[in-house]
Design a protein around this ligand. Structure first.
Ligand code: NAP
Length: 324
């Protein structure tokens, strides 16, 4: 099968399309013939040698895919050859065939084409597991989501808005209208405005109940300032560094929580529980068109380096899809 590997860490040119043996399903595993996968920031870090796959995961890049089930192992009950599915992966998505534990497969939501479904699992599972399962955002609360025009941001805005929460987001100037169109009540130009002041003004001084943060160290102090009493800050990215300073006095006065989460490192049974929750709670909203996946561009797998360049330049809005 064709697959993308990184023989030597480096820039986008380090990505190599190569031939690897086809995977065989073991007990509880399924093989998918891939229709599409998508680029994630974690893939760009892995390519640079900063984010090795967890033990037991494939060296092939790719944290999500869609396609058709082509083989099932022993003790697989829910899936059959021919089923159209999408899947949350620990790796291996940039390949013609992907081996997946059965619990990480999800049906393609009604109304979504098979290729677009390849860009759904990471954003749906990340946003549902952090904003809703960990932080417990309620319909009468305010979410601040950074990077509102990114893959995660575009999905988080729509989902929180659909469930009735107020949404404040950050982005660069030219991307703010998209965020508003998706349901953001307030869109803050992070290059020119102070998001703490904007949250304060938009909430009459109350602050954000939940913050979904992809920036990490650079925003840690200001994210805590932007929190409401009993607010929950969930850090899911480190685009602004890993070591910051936390004012524990301020956090304690707010009775706030700082939590971090990474989907990839979770054991298979936790990933399966998240996938089941996403199918139950998120898929109906995708199926009825309330929440949609924004695809910036679709490239053939051979142009994977171009996909990584687009993400690193941050010229995209939504997801970058790779087709097979
Ligand atoms: N922990 C997990 O399980 C998990 C899972 C999935 C993703 N993630 C992380 O979540 C983050 C977002 O992923 P993604 O797929 O949405 O990436 P993405 O599509 O590249 O989006 C990143 C966004 O961040 C924005 N941004 C950059 N600097 C910013 C700043 N200083 N303030 C506010 N926004 C800023 C960019 O906006 P502009 O282009 O407008 O600057 C861009 O829209 C990544 O760091 C990724 O690693 C974590």
């Amino acid at each position: 099968m064709r697959a993308v590997t990184v023989p030597e860490p480096g820039g986008p040119e380090a990505l190599v399309v190569t031939e690897l043996p086809d995977p065989e399903p073991g007990p509880g595993e399924v093989v998918i013939d891939t229709a599409a996968t998508a680029v994630n920031r974690a893939d760009t870090l892995q390519r640079q040698g900063f984010y090795p796959p967890p033990p037991g995961a494939s060296d092939v890049l790719g944290l999500e895919c869609s396609g058709t089930v082509s083989a099932v192992g022993e003790a697989v009950e829910r899936w059959s050859v021919g089923d159209e599915v999408c899947a949350l992966l620990s790796g291996g998505g940039y390949a013609e065939k992907v081996l997946v534990p059965q619990g990480q497969l999800m049906p393609v939501p009604a109304g979504v084409d098979l290729v677009t479904a390849g860009a759904l699992p990471e954003v749906a599972c990340t946003v549902w597991s952090t904003v809703f399962m960990i932080a417990g955002l309620r319909h009468d609360e305010t979410l601040l989501v950074h990077g509102g025009a990114g893959g995660i941001g575009t999905f988080a805005i729509q989902l929180a808005h659909a469930l009735g929460a107020r949404v404040i987001t950050t982005g660069s100037a030219e991307k703010l209208q998209v965020c508003r169109d998706l349901g953001a009540d307030v869109a803050v130009n992070y290059r020119e405005q102070d998001f703490v002041e904007e949250v304060d003004e938009a909430t009459d001084g109350a602050g954000a109940d939940v913050v979904l943060d992809n920036i990490g160290a650079k925003y840690l102090g200001r994210n805590v300032q932007a929190l409401a009493t009993e607010g929950r800050l969930v850090v899911i990215g480190m685009q602004g560094g890993t070591k910051g300073e936390l004012d524990l006095g301020l956090l304690m006065r707010k009775r706030g929580a700082v939590v971090s989460a990474t989907l990839r490192a979770r054991p298979a049974e936790e990933k399966a529980a998240i996938c089941a929750a996403v199918v139950e709670h998120v898929w109906p909203l995708v199926a009825d068109g309330t929440v949609r996946i924004l695809v910036h561009t679709s490239l053939p797998l051979e142009q994977v380096a171009e996909g990584h360049r687009i993400m690193e330049e941050s010229s995209h809005v939504g997801k970058i899809v790779l087709t097979l």
